[in-house]
Design a binder for this molecule. Structure first.
Ligand SMILES: NC(=O)c1ccc[n+]([C@@H]2O[C@H](COP(=O)([O-])OP(=O)(O)OC[C@H]3O[C@@H](n4cnc5c(N)ncnc54)[C@H](OP(=O)(O)O)[C@@H]3O)[C@@H](O)[C@H]2O)c1
Length: 300
């Protein structure tokens, strides 16, 4: 198991598991700081947020998760120095996608202000905006990078073809791509996205590696596929002497593109426990058995 990852071809080094802030809301800066400190102490040095985060989980203002993280950094500036800070732009409720040059620049400036930082380490396109020509987006991102407002660029929820197209309008390599990828949602391993990451030396960041909690220990989902996968994970957890969560995260990391799972728990003990996955060396047969459980039919 690799203990550090270089993000794509960039100079940024991060831990093998990342911490995500989709569910990071509220006004309790002390509790928020504990989560960030726990993640960093556990080696989860990449922190993934987005301009739109907060609204899905009871937040009342656009940018709430970034604002809360900014307050944590203001409270403890040393934490910012330990963080490889990744955020995203492009989702605007009611629009819903805008990656035009003006929108990208505005979103980046607003994120910098909310995060109380001078630079964003990885700025990611949250979802493809098919109404913006990639040449326009590429030019805006290049300008932000030249100005030092961002260090690297990534994409999220992009197909391999969309990623290639954007890359053609950048004179620096994209560092990361971020698909959904878990033992329940295995598509990225088969639809060319993880293959593309390997072909271009990009680092995959896997979102919802526990399928948003459906694969978490003790959870019994109504979704039949999730139930099949959870049952297989439990069987493997017993065999490997570990937890269901550890096997689920090990599944993500077992792919040769070296994906970094972004865990999303808000519970400090569970943040730290994610590292149990680093001790699991999942066999080839067990990895494919999980794919069979997810798909509900044997592989050809
Ligand atoms: N690019 C995109 O479009 C996109 C979309 C979605 C997510 N993401 C990224 O991916 C990150 C993770 O997504 P996610 O929050 O859905 O991740 P996840 O790790 O798949 O699921 C986290 C959920 O599982 C629950 N859980 C229950 N028991 C757990 C245990 N033992 N260990 C860990 N979690 C447990 C957590 O609840 P508790 O908090 O109560 O533990 C939380 O509700 C996000 O924060 C975000 O950075 C990106």
């Amino acid at each position: 198991m690799k203990t550090t990852h270089r993000l794509g071809q960039s100079a940024l080094e991060v831990g093998p598991i990342a911490y995500g802030l989709w569910r990071f809301v509220g006004n309790d800066v002390k509790a928020a700081r504990t989560r960030i400190e726990t993640a960093l102490d556990a080696g989860m040095t990449l922190i993934d947020v987005a301009a739109v985060y907060g609204l899905d989980w009871g937040g009342t203002e656009f940018g709430e998760s970034e604002t809360l993280l900014g307050k944590v950094f203001a409270d403890a500036p040393a934490l910012r120095k330990r963080t490889v800070l990744a955020t995203k732009f492009g989702i605007i409720p009611g629009v819903p996608y805008d990656c035009s040059a003006a929108a990208v620049v505005r979103s980046c400036e607003e994120s910098l202000a909310r995060l109380q930082t001078g630079t964003i380490d990885v700025l990611q396109v949250h979802r493809p905006d098919v109404l913006t020509h990639p040449a326009e987006l590429g030019q805006a991102l290049t300008k932000l990078r030249t100005q030092g407002k961002i260090r690297e660029v990534g994409v999220s929820n992009y197909s391999a073809r969309q990623t290639l197209l954007l890359q053609q309008f950048l004179d620096f390599p994209l560092a990361t791509l971020q698909p959904e990828f878990s033992a329940l949602n295995v598509e990225a391993a088969f639809d060319g996205v993880l293959d593309f990451a390997m072909s271009r030396t990009m680092t995959p960041l896997a979102w919802s590696p526990l399928a948003g909690g459906k694969l978490a220990d003790g959870v019994s989902s109504a979704d039949p596929a999730a139930r099949r996968v959870a049952a297989k994970l439990d069987e493997l957890a017993k065999a490997y002497g570990t937890t269901r969560v550890a096997i689920a995260l090990a599944f993500v990391m077992r792919h040769p593109s070296n994906p970094i799972p972004i865990v999303g728990t808000q519970n400090p003990e569970r943040i730290a426990a994610a590292n149990d996955a680093l001790r699991v060396n999942l066999s080839r047969a067990d990895w494919y058995a999980l794919v069979v459980a997810a798909q509900g039919k044997p592989l050809p």
